[in-house]
Design a protein around this ligand. Structure first.
Ligand code: NAD
Length: 527
């Protein structure tokens, strides 16, 4: 069934059921009719349609979550708004303490949460552990930040005047997330928003509701120890139409942080802009890596494989376009195919597997259609691309490598699957033009030991992406930096650096501590 493994389809099914039951018990969640609505500690009676959740590992139904109705989501927003009045007045370092306690809890539940991520989303267990670790890292970062929400003091041009800026909490932050990081993306937003004094309403992907509910259970353990009003940390699990649109259109939500596809992000951005709200947009990528003749090819090869097939090609930072210098093209492609042949594809719960299933049938179809389109546009498949037989679901595919003669329509699209296009280049300027020649602008990388090439890639006329890496792959960003991309990727920044500023409102303050009233720009206005 699985390359390098003797486990049968039936034993995988049994393992999935056993892990699922264990996880449900552990997080005290119900298999059927679990509420998808909480404003803190308890589950509320969600009265909307049940939402099914499936595991890509076997394609079987895991359970159902009751969605809140749109009216209930409106109530949650009101409660979050009221809770904001309390939460914003708690000193930021004390808010940090709550986040520190959350970190302690997550550390305790890391393995069980990782197993749930693998079950519901399908990523390999090692990457699922990494995802939960990202939440822990975000907590640690946010705790430090809670003592560093600094404003600047500026020199006033007027005598006896003080000019400075301060940062205040913003309000209710809606966090709408994608399926592929069912825990981490929320944490990039929520941990920062909480120390900034905001309350958070989370609409997770409708594909991964149980992950969000387990997260809420972990947070609830901490909230129980604090006497806060309900409404500081909220979850409303459900679909985009029933739930997402309420958050997008609510005047009581000053910031919508949206992670997802470009097409959905565009709609969300337009609607939030129409009510003059704020968005943070983290949308699709179409990331490229350039491998130059001076590169350490062993290192580049390892980085390329992880970035291209990690999370079965379902990361926003997945490497989708490999730009190889003509002098190393043949050798590199040959070596790449050799490594692809050794990939272990199979049950993502099993240690040592490299590639798990795709998230659903639609993703498989998109993968196959993109290959057809590549052929129709003059490219060809060099390796892989088929749906694998004899696996526990029809969601296991062989990662593919395709040759593209030039930038063509299909290589300008993000196909959310393990399909890597290779290109050939002669001059470094040509490689950079290929890197930049797509609508998206998330992540990019160059493999080179030539200082001039590296600096060109990093210069103002180099990569136009939000992330530019040297001698490391396009995926796997650390939380310390601000994460996000340009162009159709949406321009938002999350996680580290000064990304926190988007979650607060800036106030510029002028204090006249003198006895006269000098006006700025030397204006005289005597009455
Ligand atoms: P998706 O766009 O289908 O859904 C994302 C979320 O948006 C879901 O919660 C969905 O229910 C909600 N949604 C969709 N339309 C909506 C609307 N009109 N109003 C309100 N909510 C709406 O994306 P997906 O398939 O879950 O995730 C894959 C995509 O996400 C890829 O394009 C990937 O690149 C992108 N992504 C980007 C980042 C990043 O940081 N840039 C990170 C992860 C994923």
């Amino acid at each position: 069934m699985q390359v390098g493994s003797s486990s049968s389809v039936e034993s995988v099914r049994q393992q999935v059921q056993a892990v699922w039951e264990d996880v449900l018990r552990y997080f005290e969640l119900r298999r059927e009719g679990q509420s998808g609505l909480s404003t803190g500690v308890d589950w509320l009676d969600a009265q909307g349609e049940p939402l099914p959740s499936y595991t890509p590992i076997t394609g079987e139904l895991l359970g159902t979550v009751n969605q809140p109705t749109p009216e209930q989501v409106e109530e949650v927003v009101s409660r979050a708004k009221e809770a904001f009045n309390v939460w914003r007045m708690i000193p930021a370092p004390k808010r940090g303490q709550l986040v520190r306690e959350i970190a302690d809890e997550v550390r305790r539940h890391k393995e069980q949460l990782a197993r749930l991520v693998t079950l519901e989303m399908g990523k390999i267990i090692e990457e699922a552990r990494g995802e939960v670790q990202e939440w822990i890292d975000m907590c640690d970062f946010a705790v430090g930040l809670s003592r560093q929400l600094y404003g600047l003091t500026m020199a006033s041009e007027r005598e006896h005047h003080r000019l400075y800026e301060q940062w205040h909490p913003l309000g209710v932050v809606a966090v709408i997330t994608a399926f592929n990081f069912p825990v981490a993306v929320w944490s990039w937003n929520a941990m920062i928003a909480l120390v900034c004094g905001d309350t958070v309403v989370w609409k997770p992907s409708s594909v991964t509701p149980f992950c969000a509910l387990a997260v809420q259970q972990i947070v609830a353990r901490v909230l129980r120890r604090w006497s806060l009003p309900e409404g500081v940390v909220n979850v409303v699990a459900g679909t985009s139409g029933a739930i997402g649109s309420v958050l997008v259109d609510s005047k009581d939500v000053p910031l919508v942080s949206f992670t997802g596809s470009i097409s959905a992000g565009r709609k969300v951005a337009e609607r939030v802009a129409a009510r003059l709200g704020r968005t943070i947009l983290e949308l699709g990528g179409n990331n490229a890596a350039i491998v130059t003749p001076s590169a350490n090819l062993d290192l580049a090869l390892r980085a390329v494989v992880f970035a291209a097939v990690g999370t079965a090609g379902q990361r926003c930072t997945t490497l989708r376009r490999l730009i190889l210098h003509e002098s190393i093209y043949d050798t590199f492609v040959e070596r790449l195919i050799k490594v692809y042949r050794q990939l272990r594809i199979g049950n993502p719960l099993e240690e040592g597997v490299h590639v798990g299933p795709l998230v659903g049938g639609e993703a498989v179809q998109t993968f196959l259609t993109a290959q057809e389109q590549l052929r129709a546009e003059g490219g060809r498949l060099l390796y892989g691309g088929e749906v694998l037989e004899g696996y526990p679901s029809r969601l296991y595919v062989r990662p593919a490598i395709g040759y593209a003669p030039a930038v063509c329509p299909i290589t300008c699209e993000e196909t959310f699957a393990p399909l890597l296009y290779v290109f050939r280049y002669r001059e470094i300027e040509e490689a950079i033009a290929l890197n930049n020649g797509v609508p998206q602008g998330l992540s990019s990388a160059i493999f080179s030991t030539d200082l001039r090439e590296v600096e060109l890639f990093l210069s103002a006329k180099g990569s136009d992406c939000g992330i530019a890496n040297v001698n490391t792959g396009t995926s796997g960003a650390e939380i310390g930096g601000a994460f996000g991309g340009e162009k159709d990727t949406g321009g938002g920044r999350e996680a580290g650096s000064d990304a926190w500023k988007a979650y607060m409102r800036r106030q510029t303050v002028t204090i006249n501590w003198g006895e006269s009233l000098p006006l700025a720009q030397g204006i005289r206005f005597d009455v």
